[in-house]
Design a protein around this ligand. Sequence first.
Ligand SMILES: [Zn+2]
Length: 238
Amino acid sequence: MSTKTSAILFDSSDRPLDQSLGDYVHQELKRFILDGKYRAGERIRESDITSELKVSRTPVREAFRRLQSEGLLKFEAQRGVVVAELDRQEVAELYAMRQHMEGFAARCAAQHATESEIEAMEYILAQTKIFDDKIHQFNQINWELHYAIYTAAHNRFLIRAFEALSDSMSLLQGAKYIPAGRPTVLHEEHGRIVEAIKQRDPDAADKAAQHHVRNAFLVHLEVAFHERTGQQVTKATP
Ligand SMILES: [Zn+2]
């Protein structure tokens, strides 16, 4: 593709021209929340988004409205637009759903994954070891591993269910602290899931995935408790 063509396809906001401004801002804001740039409970100013994305107020307001109806943002009279926070009951319900979905995904992947899909999982797993000191990349690569398992399950309705949950899951991301030693434990837990899939053992894959999500829930409770009380049993990440 020539430079001239690229210049025609993208304007100064890096937005593909076939995407509406509202869709673009909506997509970028979702990414900011998923990446933990804006965390649950944090205020998002309209002016920050207009300057960051080089867009006017109208598409930002449109995106704010859409994200409010999707449950990712909420409006507070005193503070304006803030990233939604799940209450404790919602968090428990979400992890319960995820536990069974991921168990089922791993079970199906053990039955249906192709050899190249298993190789891809092993590759991603190896990457999680390299990135374990950078929480942002670490979260992203872990997310990719889970997505690879869902894809390898070869069940389109399962993927849809996963995508329906992933917006809510993104509200759980972006914690400032991770408990010491957590990356190593995560790597081991992920390794057990991938190994069971590779061994074509659906029961073991299901069990390993459910165990992993149950542990993730316990860690979430621990991190939430320490962020609330300010107690420092966790290590800060830069
Ligand atoms: Zn995981």
